[in-house]
Design a protein. Structure first.
Length: 311
């Protein structure tokens, strides 16, 4: 049996029977990879427009997955997976197009913490999708998160201001909460690896169409070694590897627990940005980041018997 066949057999077994603690560690590694992606995406977009960058990222991940897992993916590409593919693919595309466009005008750490609001929103989206009512603590967390966003928006002099990049990143959090909720539903019904592949494929097609219509054609600047290295990290690490680990983790860890683990990406992101990008963080932003993170923690506290609507 060749290396690819052995690896495919191993991941097939892991995707269905995975120790919960190891699944949590995979989700933490996923968060670290995503945290680094803000910085490297910001760097890569100095040469490559956002939709072209994301199209390359998606298709690169698809090709790598097919090379490694084709004997596992192809049998699962049945008509039943079409609707899940469209749902998770379109929501993932919406998440990434708003995030990368917003990231053009705001710093990586700021983007990461505003995106982390998805953890607070997820219980409410789950209420819409699965009819599972959020708890009172989720409502409190939402208020705290909103106050945190207010502090993040403070400018010198005390005025409140959110730019276009900020609003796009807040939209990212909203759309991603839907993506995460649907992934949690579909990962229990369909193979997580095949679900990851079709998600990337749908998003990649949408990015490619958008790039052709709205962005300039590729040029030689895209081939600079540092740009190529950043792109390789984005699709091999932050896209393919991280998404596979997330989808396997979601199949074995409750979505609320998975959210709190994955939201640490904002801590990784702001650390990487401060260290390697030189992002300056104002005191008001620090307060806002702390409140947003506290809200995320509150949103996944073990539920009490009280919900927003008591029977």
């Amino acid at each position: 049996m060749g290396l690819v066949e052995r690896f495919s057999k191993l991941q097939s077994r892991w995707s269905r029977s995975f120790p919960p603690n190891l699944a949590r560690l995979m989700l933490l590694a996923c968060a670290a990879l995503w945290g680094g992606s803000y910085l490297l995406a910001k760097f890569a977009m100095e040469a490559i427009p956002p939709q072209w960058l994301m199209a390359i990222r998606m298709f690169g991940a698809c090709m790598c997955m097919l090379a490694l897992f084709h004997k596992h993916i192809i049998p699962n590409l049945t008509p039943k997976i079409i609707v899940p593919a469209l749902v998770v693919g379109v929501t993932y595309w919406g998440t990434m197009v708003t995030q990368t466009t917003g990231l053009q005008t705001i710093d990586p750490g700021r983007s990461a913490f505003l995106t982390a609001a998805y953890c607070v929103l997820t219980p409410f989206v789950t209420w819409i999708v699965s009819k599972n009512q959020p708890k009172i603590i989720n409502l409190i967390a939402g208020i705290v998160c909103l106050i945190g966003v207010g502090f993040v928006s403070l400018k010198p002099g005390g005025s409140l201001s959110l730019g276009v990049g900020d609003w796009l990143t807040i939209a990212t959090a909203i759309i991603f909460s839907f993506n995460l909720t649907y992934l949690g539903v579909y990962a229990k019904r369909f193979d997580p690896i095949a679900l990851t592949f079709v998600q990337f494929a749908v998003a990649g097609v949408l990015f490619f169409i958008g790039a052709i219509i709205t962005e300039p054609a590729p040029d030689s600047g895209w081939l600079a070694p540092s740009v190529v290295a950043s792109v390789l990290y984005l699709f091999l690490g932050a896209t393919m590897s991280a998404q596979i680990m997330q989808n396997i983790g979601l199949a074995h860890v409750p979505a609320s627990q998975a959210s709190i683990i994955m939201c640490t990406e904002s801590l990784f992101a702001v650390s990487f940005s401060a260290l390697f990008w030189g992002e300056r963080i104002m005191w008001s932003s620090l307060v806002g980041f702390a409140l947003i993170f506290a809200a995320v923690l509150m949103s996944v506290i073990k539920p009490t018997k009280y919900s927003l609507h008591r029977n």
